[in-house]
Ligand binder design. Structure first.
Ligand code: IVH
Length: 696
């Protein structure tokens, strides 16, 4: 490598990163581990910071770059973005095929068969191989310019592969949110009292409409190509759509492995059945399949009606929605007291399953939907997700003789239906909570289920079903009571629970089975006495303390006593513990009943090893000495310093051999030169912002 100008190394890194990304997103066959990809990307970033003259706007380092925009500019589509006609039955598919056979004179035409992705249609424009413009569909004629947001989606190539890129190529397809990313996003949002996404499709649409591309970059979005827009004359397109899709793949666009071809109505219906059978196992949502006449000359013969082609159709899956009536609106109480409203409904079949309850998520949602008892509601079931209420049919709302609605708008109850404690709604939080804590049987049950769960105290056999009976019929008020229960207690509790459930009186055999079951349970509870500090901390169910935080706390304090005595200030020294979490922990240990519960656990023989505090690796930048130089745009120097320190970094004023990282803004001078001389890792501001965003 030429020490002065690493031109070749930079080109090589960009090439390798693009190749790795292509293997990952398009071929679904990763070539290098993520860590190696990150290392190459970091090396490239450092070289680009050091050599701004070798910058390239399409470098793999430049996915987040644009500043937040005030609005999205309109984009006129060179070729309108069409919609598709729908078929809901085999008969409609047969008619579609018959029409084509009749008008083209082809006896058994071939079709491209594709999933109908449930996301958001977009158009990507490439000029001379470079991604220059990305737009939403809008009304089909005019969309919105969302280029900066689309650039953050790693599955969308910033450059086409190959050395003879067309003058103009517009590729159309669907931006979607994979289900795994959707669940992970929502789990994180709920744990941080942020608004969850309603479903993956809204997630994709909402993420693309963010004014700040850095926000879009944090959303798990992906892309599949399925059509073309404007294409310049220098492109010799293959004669069929399915071959075009294969060609798009070679250019670097992800094309679903589920696309194929089929002949005749029978072939199409066969594809529909096959995809329908896989639907619940796919890693993304689809709402049907699409059939497209494969040959372009035949497509042309069929032409268009209104805004849809006559050569293609969407065959939709039957809606997993159904209408039913609301009997009542109830609330349930979670482990942390969170109050979730739900509806009890007349039982109804949705997607092959009978349901009689659907969630309303939270009070905001009830207000938005304005659901009332007696209402006719549309409910939806998606995969294994709990059914939810989609909307109310207001025309069917029951009224009294004077025309007033029979039931008033729903209000969050003021008191917990389980324990009569006050329900509190803290401003700015989405959920309302029962203030009863462990006085509330509902919270106690959930706390016990959590305490016993596999990743907490791991008490096998103490599942949800039995915890209900424990709390209702047994002498269990707090978690420590579990350790006092005898085989006889369990047998007696089970008898009462069975009796209450109207189950048959005991037989001798049933009695023996119950005894064996109770013995196993008592043994499992006894075995859980020997635990670890991190399991115990997680098991206590402190709000905001998940497994990872429990582990960090256990390491940082080494023992329970110093943790119990730590004030908020001390707690904030713990890596990843911010002011909110610190306050929750301090509050938890300040509560006398929690201290008593811990003392009772100790007394019951629960024990764990304690050791010395291990404070070494604290935060992702722990032990790193960081130097800031040049002017930053998005942050002041002080803000950058505070945020770096919060991640464990020591921020120093000058560059030396001990410096781990230099962050260079605009017009960085001698410190940058010194860093290059010493070979210190270099970041530009974009890299810093991305890092801070990832560790926010
Ligand atoms: S083709 C000329 N193919 O369905 C045909 N559309 O109702 C243009 N969609 O807005 C569309 N998967 O968002 C096509 N494999 C697929 C699709 C697909 C999903 C969506 C797309 C479009 C809507 C049409």
């Amino acid at each position: 490598m030429n020490a002065g100008m690493p031109t070749a190394r930079i080109a090589d890194l960009r090439q390798r990163l693009r190749e790795a990304s292509y293997r990952y997103h398009v071929l679904d066959d990763p070539s290098i581990p993520d860590a190696e990809y990150d290392a190459l990307l970091r090396e490239l970033e450092a070289l680009e910071v050091a050599h701004p003259e070798l910058a390239d706007p399409d470098s793999p380092t430049r996915r987040i770059g644009a500043a937040p925009s005030g609005k999205f500019e309109p984009v006129q589509h060179a070729i309108p973005m069409l919609s598709l006609g729908n078929a809901f039955s085999a008969a409609e598919v047969e008619e579609f095929v018959a029409r084509i056979v009749k008008e083209t004179g082809v006896a058994e035409p071939e079709f491209s068969t594709e999933p109908k992705f449930d996301g958001l249609a977009i158009s990507l424009r490439y000029e001379r191989g470079r991604f220059v413009l990305g737009a939403t569909r809008g009304d089909g004629a005019t969309g919105e310019n969302v280029t900066a947001n689309l650039r953050t989606i790693k599955a969308i190539p910033l450059r086409l592969r190959g050395d003879a890129p067309p003058a103009v190529l517009e590729v159309r397809g669907e931006v979607y949110m994979p289900l795994a990313g959707f669940s992970a996003y929502n789990a994180h949002a709920l744990a941080h009292d942020q608004k969850p996404l309603a479903n993956p499709r809204n997630g994709a649409a909402g993420s693309l409409r963010q004014l700040d591309p850095a926000v879009t970059a944090r959303r798990p979005l992906a892309f599949y190509a399925y059509a073309l827009g404007e294409v310049s004359l220098d492109v010799a397109l293959p004669p069929t759509h399915s071959q075009t899709l294969q060609w798009l793949r070679t250019l670097g666009f992800p094309v679903s492995a589920l696309v194929g071809t089929a002949r005749g109505a029978a072939g199409l219906l066969d594809y529909f059945a096959r995809i329908g059978e896989q639907r619940d196992r796919l890693p993304f949502d689809i709402d049907g399949v699409v059939y497209k006449l494969d040959r372009y000359d035949q497509q042309q013969a069929m032409g268009f009606v209104a805004r849809a082609p006559r050569w293609a159709i969407a065959h939709k899956f039957p809606a997993q929605e159904a209408a039913t009536t609301v009997e009542s609106i109830e609330v349930s109480i979670g482990r942390t007291g969170a109050v979730t409203p739900w509806v009890q409904m007349a039982p109804v079949q949705v997607g092959g399953v009978t349901v009689s309850r659907a969630t309303l998520h939270n009070a905001d949602q009830v207000a938005r939907l304005d659901v009332r008892p007696g209402d006719t509601v549309i409910i939806r079931r998606a995969g294994d997700v709990i059914p939810e209420v989609v909307r109310v049919n207001l025309e069917l709302r029951p009224h009294d003789s004077r025309g007033h609605p029979l039931h008033p708008a729903w209000k969050m109850p003021k008191r917990c239906p389980e324990c009569d404690s006050a329900i509190e709604h803290i401003d700015g939080e989405v959920v309302a909570r029962c203030s009863g804590g462990l006085v509330c049987p509902a919270q106690r049950k959930q706390a016990l289920i959590h305490f016993a769960s596999r990743r907490a105290m791991d008490i096998e056999g103490l599942g949800e079903r039995f915890v209900d009976a424990l709390v209702e019929y047994g002498p269990v008020h707090g978690i420590a009571d579990l350790y006092r229960l005898t085989v006889d207690d369990f047998v007696e509790m089970k008898r009462r629970a069975d009796e209450a459930a109207g189950e048959l009186p005991e037989t001798v055999k049933a009695g023996k089975i119950a005894t064996r079951w109770a013995e196993n349970l008592v043994a499992a509870i006894a075995a859980s006495r020997d635990t670890t500090l991190e399991r115990l901390l997680f098991a206590l169910g402190i709000r905001e303390v998940g497994e990872a935080t429990a582990k960090t706390l256990a390491r940082h304090f080494g023992a329970l006593q110093p943790l119990m005595e730590a004030d908020e200030e001390n707690l904030r020294q713990v890596p990843d513990v911010g002011p909110v979490v610190a306050a929750r922990i301090a509050h938890f240990f300040a509560e006398p009943h929690n201290r008593e519960a811990i003392a009772a656990l100790r007394e019951a023989g629960v024990h764990w090893q304690e050791g010395q505090p291990q404070r070494a690796p604290a935060g992702p930048l722990a032990g790193k000495s960081v130097v800031l130089t040049g002017t930053l745009n998005a942050l002041t120097r002080d803000e950058a310093k505070t945020r770096l320190e919060a991640l464990g970094a020591k921020v120093a004023g000058s560059v030396s051999k001990k410096t781990s990282l230099v962050i260079a803004g605009v017009d960085a001078g001698s410190k940058l030169a010194r860093a290059q001389e010493l070979g210190v890792e270099l970041w530009d501001e974009a890299r810093l912002l991305a890092f801070l965003a990832d560790h926010a």
